[in-house]
Design a protein. Structure first.
Length: 300
């Protein structure tokens, strides 16, 4: 039989609630929230299950995931409801395999299932870090903390991202800027991808630091004011910073496709600390020339 949570229904009153966000600030509910979101994304036919035309369940039912993972339905239900704590590594591995989780999602699952009462990092921008950023005057760069507050930048980094140096031009929290400021869609042509990254990064931080009141407040605020954030958050998206390419739009430099790399500056052993985001372009290419033009708009 299907439980009430397996029916695809959402009450109008729940969609806009600002006093509770699933999986944030509550250790017992976070693991279940993540498991529900991920099983909702697994197409039954992709794991050898006949979904049927009259299926009322989005993704896998509880009993189907339990069978795939080789655990009892009762135990899995208790996991989702927060009544079973600290499952074994073997159970976590079986669930991760059945859900098709990638490496970042597996780490997040293990974090949620363990003892997560870690204090939030208190990383500070050292003079050495700021000197390093300023010295990279050919490369746009900025640093964020685990809440996606932009806490340091150089001139090119500020201008590329819409004016970090001037708080009147844009919010210095990347997630708040993306989800609550319409100007972010002009800066980020691939807005959906950037929004998913931001929400996924906040989810990882919330898993590591469930007692961080500022982070809980940020997620609650975004959920209250952004339907896009609620949609992405409900999907259970998990993202860790890496490397690749990003497209950004600037009124002077135009549309830029830049390489990016992330560098981690630990606050202390075991803490996330700060993440430095560095953008670059191939020498002698059009993107490098565009960055050179961008440097001309900076105030000496």
């Amino acid at each position: 039989m299907k439980g009430a949570d397996d029916r695809i229904t959402t009450s109008g009153s729940d969609r806009g609630r600002s006093d509770r966000v699933d999986g944030i600030g509550d250790d017992r509910r976070a693991l279940g929230s993540f498991l529900r979101a991920r099983r909702g994304r697994v197409a039954p036919e992709h794991v050898g299950i006949d979904g049927g035309r009259r299926r009322r369940v989005r993704g896998l039912r509880r009993e189907e995931l339990s069978q795939l993972a080789g655990i009892s339905v009762d135990y899995y239900v208790r996991l989702e409801q927060g009544r079973a704590t600290q499952p074994s590594p073997e159970v976590l591995d079986a669930l991760a395999t059945a859900l098709g989780l990638d490496a970042a999602e597996r780490r997040h699952l293990a974090t949620l299932a363990g003892n997560r009462r870690c204090p939030a990092p208190t990383a500070r921008v050292s003079p050495l870090l700021q000197r390093m950023l300023d010295g990279m005057d050919r490369f746009p760069a900025f640093a964020t903390n685990h809440r996606l507050d932009v806490v340091a930048w150089n001139g090119l980094g500020s201008e590329l991202l819409g004016g970090l140096a001037d708080p009147a031009r844009r919010d210095r929290n990347q997630a708040r800027f993306l989800f609550l400021d319409p100007a972010s869609r002009a800066v980020h042509p691939e807005w959906e991808a950037r929004a998913a990254e931001a929400a996924g990064t906040l989810r990882v931080s919330a898993g590591c630091y469930p007692g961080d009141a500022e982070l809980t407040g940020l997620v609650t605020e975004l959920s209250a004011h952004s339907a896009e954030f609620r949609r992405i958050w409900a999907s259970g998206e998990v993202v860790t910073c890496g490397a690749g390419h990003k497209r950004l739009q600037h009124p002077v430099a135009g549309l830029l496709t830049l390489d990016y790399e992330t560098l981690h500056v630990p606050a202390a052993p075991g803490e996330t600390g700060l993440v430095v985001h560095v953008f670059s372009a191939e020498e002698s290419g059009p993107e490098a020339a565009a960055l050179a033009r961008l440097s001309t708009v900076l105030t000496p």
